[in-house]
Design a protein. Structure first.
Length: 507
């Protein structure tokens, strides 16, 4: 890989004394976004009891945050390239903290939906800026690989910390506390970031095209919404309309970028095999793993009867594996090869998901814990190296937009994975045969079956729970098997797409 950096800037970067302290600020931002993405799931029952939202409103409370983030990542990454990544990161962090208070004290479902959407706007400013600033803080390739590894490890740790912190807070405080934990982190982030983060921007950015921003937002939200709705309710006219509108908007976005002299996103980046291969690998990996991530908490709590805090702890091995692998991934990619580390990591995740097809209601934790540890290790190697490849493939001036593409792949992969693999679990579950007198509501979800069982006679309740749990676990088997197939296919594709791809070894 040819370096885009001059030796003088390399020397300056190597001598910058505060770059590792600055990295700690970026890590805080990543941790916050990752925790916030997972912590709400545990609070949903408490929100339902307090605000009494309708079923549709409850779905929007859970989904609107990711919808908005997915729709704005590219636009906000490009905005950071233009006005300054430090400025957009610290401004977005401040707004994120303020809106967290609005979320915590929302008094109606409508207000909470609005607050979650605004939180998504603020969140979209954080992730691309953090990765882009790493690209500009660490010019030495080996240091940058380690920094990206720490960044990725923190994101992985945050997804595991979310349920643990959420379970603890919900056991001692009200549901709004899961949002207020953002405030002290944001205060530290802003105060330290002002002093340690260098400003960086594209010196010749061109205008920030609002038409492109709108097309990107409408396109991503339309497609993600359509996929989720189709998986849940089938192909209704409204779902098809949303999907077509989203696809048309994305087509318009791409066409506009190709014809503009200074586009919001330089589509020529995708001509680079390393860049496009890494982005595709990320998208398909997240897609294949999403079924496990989304349904594992339900399995631990509703099938095996664990409390929320205990369920959160049970998922910790995945984060431990990801952190450990992320810290050594860059070194491994240089010693062996990029494609060996990425493909090997993905193949390992695929095999671990295949093991999960053997889970039962009474499966002991050692099997599950070992599988999660392997998933974490494989994902840590893969995601860290692909992030490094993406950053190394672009000039510094385009780091924000490139980082946003990477993050968008994660969001889109998660939405598609939950929708497609989730539809497998849901479809299998709904067909279970319960005892005579089983209410229709019990077929909607395993949570509904558990709640319904409390109103039935003891024998009927036990039969209902056994049938519902068996059906859910069978659906989880099929989703894990499908995820394993996706991961193994992605491993094979990455082996070819990342051929001859190398990480920079020296400045």
């Amino acid at each position: 890989m040819t370096s885009t950096l001059q030796p003088a800037s390399m020397t300056e970067a190597e001598k910058r004394p505060g770059r590792w302290l600055a990295l700690s600020v970026l890590v805080l931002a990543v941790l916050l976004v990752a925790v916030d993405a997972t912590v709400l799931g545990l609070a949903t029952p408490y929100i339902s009891e307090d605000l009494n939202p309708s079923g549709t409103q409850l779905l929007w409370i859970g989904d609107v945050y990711s919808f908005v983030i997915a729709g704005l990542l590219v636009s906000m990454g490009s905005l950071g390239d233009r006005i300054g990544r430090k400025r957009i990161l610290l401004g977005g962090a401040t707004v994120f903290g303020a809106i967290s208070v609005l979320n915590a004290y929302a008094t109606t479902p409508e207000l909470l939906i609005l607050a979650r959407a605004l939180l998504g706007v603020a969140g979209a400013t954080l992730m691309p800026a953090t990765l882009a600033l790493i690209r500009n803080l660490f010019h030495d390739p080996r240091e940058r690989s380690l920094a990206v590894g720490i960044w990725g490890a923190t994101a992985s740790a945050g997804t595991a910390v979310g349920p643990i912190v959420g379970g603890f807070l919900l056991g001692h405080f009200w549901w709004g506390s899961v949002f207020l934990i953002n405030l002290p982190v944001m205060v530290v982030l802003v105060l330290v970031g002002i002093r340690t983060l260098p400003e960086s921007r594209n010196p010749d950015p061109g205008p920030w095209d609002l038409i492109s921003v709108v097309l990107s937002l409408v396109g991503m939200i339309g497609v993600v919404y359509a996929v989720k709705e189709a998986a849940t309710h089938g192909f209704t006219p409204a779902t098809l309309a949303a999907g077509l509108l989203g696809a048309a908007a994305l087509y318009g976005f791409v066409h506009r970028q190709l014809t503009m002299p200074t586009p919001l996103l330089d589509m020529r980046l995708f001509r680079k095999r390393g860049f496009s291969g890494a982005v595709l690998a990320d998208l398909l990996t997240v897609l294949g793993m999403s079924g496990l991530v989304f349904f594992l908490s339900q399995y631990l709590q509703l099938v095996q009867g664990r409390r929320p805090f205990e369920a959160g702890l049970a998922e910790l091995p995945a984060a431990v594996g990801a952190v450990a692998a992320g810290l050594v991934a860059g070194r491994a990619a240089r010693r062996f090869s990029v494609r060996a580390v990425v493909s090997g990591g993905l193949a390992v995740v695929g095999l671990a998901l295949a093991v999960l097809t053997t889970l039962g209601q009474s499966t002991g934790y050692p099997v599950l814990g070992a599988a999660l540890l392997v998933v974490g290790v494989g994902a840590g190697f893969s995601f860290t190296v692909t992030a490094d490849v993406i950053l190394s493939s672009v000039p510094k001036d385009q780091a924000g937009a490139a980082s946003a593409v990477s993050e968008t792949a994660y969001e889109l992969g998660a939405a598609l994975g939950i929708a497609l693999l989730g539809s497998i679990v849901t479809g299998v579950y709904r067909d279970f045969t319960g005892p005579a007198g089983t209410p229709e509501a019990a077929h909607e979800s395993l949570g509904a079956a558990v709640e319904t069982a409390t109103t039935l006679p003891a024998r009927t309740s036990a039969e209902l729970l056994t049938a519902a749990r068996d059906s859910f676990v069978h659906g989880l088997h099929l989703a894990s098997g499908a995820g394993a197939a996706v991961l193994l296919a992605t491993a094979a594709a990455a082996w070819f797409l990342l051929k001859d791809q190398k990480l920079e070894s020296t400045g």
